[in-house]
Design a binder for this molecule. Structure first.
Ligand SMILES: C[S@@+](CC[C@H](N)C(=O)[O-])C[C@H]1O[C@@H](n2cnc3c(N)ncnc32)[C@H](O)[C@@H]1O
Length: 208
């Protein structure tokens, strides 16, 4: 469930984290995601939207010939994304906006990417519905997310610590975006998991 009052709290949380985010992720990312960020970027094409783009860590991986739009709630995170975009030197539009209410026309986007974001966005269902709305028919949804583990013992631990994680890190540990995709109209094309099923990558499409 989303509550409008959560957005300022979330933005403040990431504003505070922004200056440390890249150094933390530099240490964690290969271990956590392997090469899945590069995989996600390679699936993008045409006019691509990355929701909750953070510090823009995916930018250097995108194909050279695409147009990237990034939306992000935290001005602190956006500052770093803008620095990356300047170095990347490709057509990039970075906007402070809510992934739950995108300021983007229906059916105007070829690919929507979300990396480690649906765990944080307060109402991930609304974000998925928005992704569907802005995608053109035939467009791709590309997800790399941490989710509820497929291992029951690990999932039980996640369930136990989830309230603390949500409260202090704005991070939901037990979400299962894959299960929601058919409900919003997406057709799932490929799914892979790693780390006891905690990290998931999904390629889906909005049917023609
Ligand atoms: C864990 S970080 C991931 C950042 C980036 N996707 C990456 O791969 O490094 C989660 C990001 O989601 C952003 N975020 C959370 N809720 C959002 C919303 N409703 N709209 C836009 N961005 C949001 C946060 O500000 C934060 O930058």
């Amino acid at each position: 469930m989303s509550h409008p009052a959560m957005l300022p709290k979330l933005a403040r949380h990431y504003d505070r984290l922004a200056q440390h985010y890249d150094s933390v992720m530099d240490h964690l990312e290969t271990w956590l995601l392997g090469d899945w960020r590069a995989w996600a970027a390679a699936q993008a094409y045409g006019r691509t939207l990355e929701i909750a783009i953070g510090t823009g860590r995916t930018l250097p991986f995108f194909p050279q010939d695409i147009m990237v739009i990034g939306v992000e709630l935290s001005i602190g995170m956006l500052k770093y994304a803008r620095q990356r975009a300047r170095q990347w030197r490709r057509p990039t539009l970075l906007v402070r906006a809510d992934a739950q209410a995108l300021p983007i026309r229906d059916k105007s986007i070829d690919a929507v990417l979300s990396i480690l974001s649906l765990c944080t966005i307060p109402d991930h269902r609304r974000a998925l519905a928005e992704a569907y709305r802005v995608l053109r028919p035939g467009g791709r949804l590309i997800l790399v997310e941490h989710v509820r583990s497929s291992n029951p013992a690990v999932a039980a631990i996640q369930q136990l610590i989830d309230p603390l994680s949500v409260r202090y890190a704005c991070d939901h540990l037990t979400r299962e975006p894959l299960e929601l995709l058919p409900h919003y109209g997406f057709r799932v094309l490929d799914v892979q998991r790693r780390w006891l099923g905690i990290v998931e990558r999904v390629l889906a499409e909005k049917p023609l």
